[in-house]
Design a protein around this ligand. Structure first.
Ligand code: NAD
Length: 253
């Protein structure tokens, strides 16, 4: 057990599955959730999930998954139960942006893969993850949508469509399970400095690359992880069916 498990922590005793845990928001969330007492299943397709789990230590395991593959997702959920005995928190966070450009220039195959990972992946996570949560008496699901799921985003039609779908599947699932002890919410990041944005090349955002967000800077993965932690914890016990912008004011403009 880590220090937070011994002393309490905002997720003490809880078991969490986090997808996209090899990088960015998912990696920061895995580290933060574990520091708050959770035992964490770190899932990713990149291989970097092993590194995140090793960094956390004995309160984490890694699983190599493609979230758009049903068999992989079922194995991921089984890993939580076989390794740690239960599932309390599911953070469906893995995603990618796909091709950029007007719809006339987006390949059909690219549209299909963006929707398969970003939207069907969330569907599969909830289908199998909520079943496991119900067996344990309830839990909290957090889905990563995007500010582009709330407002139009030029040149990112497939991505925006998939993230708009995540907002709506979140609300529908929240209603399905509201009386059964499972809360379902989404976070909608604005532009955050992660692998998706270019953080693999430069750990800090270039000073001359400021996104059009009222707070006048990039979000950092830890700031998204903090919102996910709140939704994962019992502090958000009266919140379900929401899609919360964590976006430096982007959608308020
Ligand atoms: P990231 O690239 O750093 O992390 C995404 C992770 O998802 C990667 O480790 C990647 O390997 C993993 N992944 C991709 N496809 C997968 C698959 N099929 N199966 C399993 N894992 C897969 O980027 P991030 O910004 O941390 O992305 C996390 C989420 O945040 C994504 O859903 C993304 O769409 C969303 N988001 C990010 C931003 C931003 O500006 N960074 C803005 C809005 C939404």
């Amino acid at each position: 057990m880590n220090e937070a498990s011994k002393g309490g922590g905002r997720l003490a005793g809880k078991v969490a599955v986090i997808t996209g845990a090899g990088s960015g928001i998912g990696r920061a969330s895995a580290v933060l959730f574990a520091s708050e007492g959770a035992r964490v299943v770190c899932a990713d397709i990149s291989g970097q999930e092993d590194k995140t789990a090793a960094e956390i230590g004995e309160n984490a395991v890694s699983v190599h998954v493609d979230v758009s593959n049903s068999g992989d997702v079922q194995r991921m959920i089984r890993t939580a139960v076989t390794s740690f005995g239960r599932l309390d928190v599911l953070f469906n966070n893995a995603g990618f942006s796909g091709q950029r450009g007007p719809i006339t220039e987006i390949d059909e195959a690219n549209f299909d893969s963006v929707v398969a990972v970003n939207l069907k992946g969330v569907f599969l996570g909830m289908k199998y993850g909520i079943a496991a949560m119900l067996a344990g008496g309830g839990g909290s699901v957090i889905n990563t949508a995007s500010a582009s799921g709330l407002v139009g985003w030029k040149g990112l039609a497939a991505y925006s469509a998939s993230k708009g779908g995540v907002v709506q599947i979140t609300k529908a699932a929240a209603l399905d399970f509201a009386k059964k002890g499972v809360r379902v919410n989404a976070i909608c990041p604005g532009m955050a400095w992660t692998g998706l944005a270019g953080a693999s090349e430069s750990p800090t955002p270039p000073a001359d690359l400021i996104p059009p967000q009222p707070l006048n800077r990039w979000g950092m993965p830890e700031e998204l992880a903090a919102a996910a932690l709140f939704l994962a914890s019992d502090e958000s016990s009266f919140i379900t069916g929401t899609a919360i912008p964590v976006d430096g004011g982007y959608v308020a403009r």
